[in-house]
Design a protein around this ligand. Sequence first.
Ligand code: SF4
Length: 505
Amino acid sequence: MLPGFFDSVLQLIIRTSTDLPPDVRAAMKHALVNEPEATRASQALTIIAQNIDLAADGEGAICQDTGMPTFEVHAPVGANQIWMRQQIRAAVQEATRRGKLRPNSVDSITGKNSGDNLGPGTPIIHFDQWERDDIEVKLILKGGGCENTNAQYALPVELPHLGRADRTLDGVKKCILHAVWNAQGKGCSPGAVGVCVGGDRTSGYTQAKEQLFRTLDDVNPDSRLAELEASIMSTVNNLEIGPMGFGGKVTLIGCKVGVLNRLPASFFVSVAYDCWAFRRLGVVLDGSSGAIRNWLYRDPSHPIIPMLDQAGFVRTGREVALKAPLTEKDMRALKVGDVVMVSGRMFTGRDAVHSYLMKNPPPVDLDGSVLYHCGPVVVKEGDNWRVTAAGPTTSIREEPYQGEILKRYGVRAVIGKGGMGAKTLAALKEHGAVYLNAIGGAAQFYARAIKKVDNVSLMEFGTPEAMWHLTVEDFPAIVTMDAHGNSLHKDVEQESGRHLEAIGV
Ligand code: SF4
């Protein structure tokens, strides 16, 4: 059939997972230049930039959450789409086996991970025919943290800080601004939004995601939408949500808007939020061999220009060294804004672990422990495990459980991203613990701070959800919720809400 097809798709997956396209790199470099030095925002962007370089150098996953693989295929009339679908699925399976994709396909009823990224609905593959002889395959890997911040509005609607959004382009603008404000740092800002005006609920979301296949620097051919995109970009960065929601100048790196006809009774605005780890690439394949003719979004003849010329976390000398197990006294001495370097034992735990701990005692002693909201990519090497990607996951999902777990088991520090809510903040204060924000998506950077995998518990939940026992050294994070009732996330949300009101759409 097409002897090179499988290898070409595998290359596409590996390259997409490990190397950001040049337009996204350029936008992130621009962000780095625009955030004043020695601010939390610039520290976050420096770690992100190092992470981008490390991922490309070592062909490691840029972020441990390699997301929902979504393929858009254009094939010639008469091409065998059934066979192509099988080949794409086999390539996804192989990329997962090689640790380039994290096993991310979970049975929605039992919670069981299929282990190979295959299952009902995963991966997503859309086919379209075209009257050309070659085959185009585009891929986007969009992670769960940013997917959870997607939003859909049925106009007219009342929006906090913005008032009524009518069925007009001003109403659409209000919806986009609200979606970005609502996402705060939970979708690993600075992000990009794909938007669809109209359609129905299903086609609206599909079209919004398809907008993310446009390059960040293109100009919408529809002048009304081009104006809307430019207007969002010129106002949204005044919200001061900033990288990771730490406050700062750069909140969004792109806004792409499409439009579909709608039913007279409906007016949906669908927003697909993608994080800074905006992984999308494409290939054009020879129609008779399946070999790659050319790449989309990147030019392999141009060398990759590193984001930074330095390596390692740049210390200011004000960092606080923490060695686990931690004490209440140490935690009460910390305050919002402190940068800490954590060493010693750390345990991972995300959704399945939190749910388990609510009903069962922990498999290890958690007194004084550091609990890391992380679903790492881990590979087995002989008898040992090695973590190849290990950034934080979105913490707010654990809000219903976290306070209880802190108090019940003596956890002293929770590391994650995007912050947590009022219940956790109260528990941190009562119990004497802190929330540490690591830099979302910096999977390669943090993997290097993990010196050893000591053990693993609850492996029945699958690799990302298991509780990994890690030894870490100088793992940097920022105190964003302290033991005195202070929360940077709450402050930024309120302040950016005031900015939203001041924009006056
Ligand atoms: S960068 Fe953040 S939002 Fe994006 S995939 Fe990674 S963890 Fe999820």
